[in-house]
Design a binder for this molecule. Structure first.
Ligand code: ADP
Length: 744
């Protein structure tokens, strides 16, 4: 019931006037709460949705985003009890699309919106005005005498004002000289923003002359971009067919649409970024803005601000770049769209490829998914007409696809204690004799995946985790690839105390290296893994050596599978093709096909024909047969039929739910309670609870549910409804993974 208001005598009490001058604002905070919080702010602060503010939360001051604003009498009522907004930050507001994307993602992945916001607004410094540095230019009215050294400083400063240290360095003088010139009045001080805008891409430059097939693919993508609004396309072409050249043309089209148009290119690995950056630079005369985990804080701040302001036009980044606050995004390109690193499993679990499509829909922009081995999800979307299917059938120029041969390890086994079959070893020797390069692919870091005591059978295991320790012989340590735990390799078995009793079981890249060094003394052999190339610089250096022919045999993990062009590489050997097929992963076959055909595709990129030899114990498996005949579409069609018959993705939906607790009893009890609370809904199957394949990780006991739903079911809503039915103790952690890629 409304309380009748006091008669209005045409006079406002001063409190009323004050009350009317108040805004009630709802602010989304980076906290795990379901809703924005209410605050008050004076109208004079002029807040609008999307503005960044500092708001009090308990005793803390927290950065948040204004979600909605109400003014007027209704809004003011009771607002006195609300806490006031402390400050409005000057940074560019989050636009409507970015805000809807946060809401959409939160709902889809079942995370608090604040957790998604934290992925968008990660650099509060970017919201304040950029810091300035002092730079020095020649004083125009200075007419004193200058020594030769001082004149050099003036010449340098005349080209561009610089900091004293930079001036001294470029002029080749000591810092004291510059200091003295400042005191003398020969140089004057200017303030320069530390975050200058990025240079504009030059759209007047021409791209490569395209082949007719490339030309028509580029035209198809450009037409999508020109049409404006949401449109998705699969750019489907074998490795080396020129997909990058083609999406560069689509990028040019999008950037040309208007002066603030932005393009985002996502890449699966920073290892790939450098090569792609160089190609963008060649095409547009400027290097794109980079965004990934290795970017330094100052650059992060600058990039974020410029992207939010719509001034950074071209961005190349890892999956997290999808959460950047683009002001006018016209095109998203997802290169190597099938790559599993687009899926984030830790923290907020999301598949960046799928979220990118959602973002493109929300913002009405075009999206291009590029791959030589598209995911079944994307291929089915293309085949059903939801996405345009743009094909590039052949390698560019004279390059042809390699011949792929299977080596049946049952018939042609390596010698005892060795991993290269005679046939592969011979092929490597021939390639070496011809002065060509060989790539040996072994997707396991370290020396050996298992270390066993010969005396008592004890296996070295990661502490409180169900995972074997992997021996890394070069560093002399045993490492858990799951948790990162490592320890020096003990001299004696910790269980039976027998000294020197360990045997190493199975190979990793270091062990293959040992064998190859022994077989080919004098050859230049290197390992390419995240251990030998831990950062972008090391990756670049290694790729550079390989491109220049300074390496004869490269032994690599999956880091080599991606996008590199090695013109002298003619032989690829896959040491253990069966490795990825083990375990209960829905996509094991698909992933194996993708990885191995990408690896095989490294061979023969230039004018020399390549050859790929794949060692397997299961040559009759469909995936091996498909690799041998390069019958991607036949394999995927069979894979699709198999999944469709049981309603698995992309023909149905999956979600995983993992319950974890330090106490096994608690984990079981929570799993039991959750099991009992699962809503009964048509078209939804709940499997579990069951101990997860990795049933203990970092001392936490893990129980899993797998939920399958028909395509028409809103699985996120189902999972949210399920969660709302249970209240678990805080010692139990529940993680929901919509569309899981890891089944461990
Ligand atoms: P993909 O992305 O499909 O693997 P790329 O675009 O990387 O293929 O092309 C493979 C190689 O062929 C690259 O070195 C690229 O520069 C070259 N290339 C492709 N198309 C052309 C073209 N039209 N003119 C000149 N070089 C090209």
């Amino acid at each position: 019931m409304r309380v009748a208001s006091a008669p209005d005598f045409g006079l406002f009490a001063p409190e009323d006037a004050a009350a009317r001058a108040i805004q009630r604002v709802r602010v989304l905070l980076p906290l795990p709460v379901p809703e924005p919080f209410d605050y008050r702010a004076p109208v004079s602060m002029g807040l609008s949705p999307g503005d960044h503010v500092i708001a009090p939360v308990g005793a803390r001051e927290v950065l948040g985003v204004v979600w909605s604003v109400e003014e007027g009498e209704d809004a003011a009522r009771g607002a006195d009890n609300l806490k006031p907004i402390i400050e409005r930050l000057p940074g560019p507001p989050l636009d409507e699309t970015a805000r809807r994307f946060i809401e959409w993602t939160a709902r889809y992945v079942i995370a608090p919106p604040g957790a998604i916001m934290r992925m968008v607004v990660r650099t509060p410094e970017a919201l304040r005005d950029p810091p300035t540095v002092h730079v020095y230019a020649p004083a125009p009215d200075f007419d004193g005498k200058l020594t030769e050294a001082r004149r050099r400083v003036c010449d340098v400063a005349a080209q561009a004002p610089l900091t004293p240290a930079e001036l001294a360095r470029r002029a080749g003088v000591s810092p004291g000289v510059v200091k003295a010139m400042i005191e003398q009045g020969a140089l004057i001080r200017l303030a320069r923003s530390e975050d200058p805008p990025f240079p504009e891409p030059d759209l007047s430059r021409a791209g490569q002359a395209l082949s007719p097939a490339q030309e028509s693919a580029a035209e198809a993508l450009k037409a999508l971009v020109r049409a404006g609004g949401f449109a998705a396309a699969l750019l489907d072409g074998v490795t080396g067919s020129g997909k990058t050249e083609v999406y560069l043309e689509a990028t040019a089209e999008a950037l040309g649409a208007d002066p603030s148009a932005q393009v985002l290119v996502l890449l699966p690995e920073i290892a790939l970024t450098q090569a792609v950056l160089a190609r963008f630079e060649a095409r547009f005369g400027v290097s794109p803005v980079e965004w990934h985990s290795a970017i330094k804080p100052a650059m992060r701040r600058r990039a974020w601000r410029e992207i939010a302001a719509g001034r950074a036009r071209l961005v190349v980044g890892a999956r997290s770049a999808l959460f950047l606050p683009f002001a006018n995004l016209r095109l998203i390109v997802i290169d190597e769209e099938h790559d599993p690193s687009y899926k984030q499993d830790e923290g907020v679990a999301y598949q960046a490829r799928d979220l990118a499509v959602a973002r493109a829909k929300l913002g009405g922009c075009a999206i291009v998914l590029a791959s030589a081995t598209p995911s079944l999800e994307t291929l089915v979307n293309a085949q059903s007409g939801r996405y345009a299917h743009v094909k590039l059938p052949a390698r560019h120029g004279a390059a042809v696809l390699p011949d792929v041969e299977l080596i049946d390890l049952r018939l042609d086994p390596p010698e005892k204690g060795k991993w290269l079959s005679p046939k592969l070893a011979e092929a490597a020797a021939e390639s070496l004799a011809r002065g060509e390069q060989t790539l040996l692919y072994m997707n396991r870091r370290g020396y050996a995946p298992l270390t066993l005591c010969r005396a008592c059978g004890h296996r070295m295991q990661s502490p409180e985790t169900e995972s074997w320790l992997v021996e890394h012989r070069y560093s002399g340590r045993l490492v858990c690839h799951l948790t990162g735990f490592s320890m020096p390799k003990p001299k004696a078995c910790p269980k039976c105390l027998t000294p020197d009793s360990f045997v190493s079981i199975g190979p990793g890249v270091e062990r293959i290296h040992e064998e190859v060094v022994e077989r080919f003394p004098g050859a230049r052999i290197e390992i390419f893994s995240s251990d030998t190339a831990p950062n972008g610089e090391a990756v670049r250096a290694l790729i550079d050596r390989m491109e220049k022919g300074e390496i004869d045999i490269l032994i690599g993990t999956q880091i080599v599978a991606k996008g590199h062009n090695f013109p002298m590489l003619t032989l690829v050997g896959v040491i253990d093709a069966d490795l990825g097929l083990k375990g209960g992963d829905l996509r094991a076959g698909e992933r194996t096909y993708q990885l191995l055909s990408q690896v095989a595709g490294r061979a023969g990129r230039a004018e020399r024909k390549g050859r790929a030899l794949i060692q397997t114990y299961a040559p009759d498996e469909a995936v091996m047969q498909a690799l041998a005949s390069m019958d991607r579409d036949g394999f995927l069609a069979a894979e699709a039929r198999a999944r469709e018959s049981v309603g698995l993705p992309p023909f149905g939906r999956l979600a995983a739910l993992i319950v974890a607790s330090p106490s096994e009893e608690q984990a079981n009890a929570a799993a039991h309670e959750l099991g009992g609370a699962a809503p009964n809904t048509d078209g939804v199957d709940v499997w579990g609870p069951a101990p997860a394949p990795l049933s203990i990780v970092r001392g936490r006991h893990r129980r899993r549910f797998l939920v399958r739903a028909d395509r028409g079911v809103d699985l996120s809503a189902y999972m949210a409804a399920w969660m709302s039915r249970v209240k678990l103790t805080s010692a139990v952690r529940v993680q929901i993974d919509i569309d899981p890629y890891s089944f461990l």
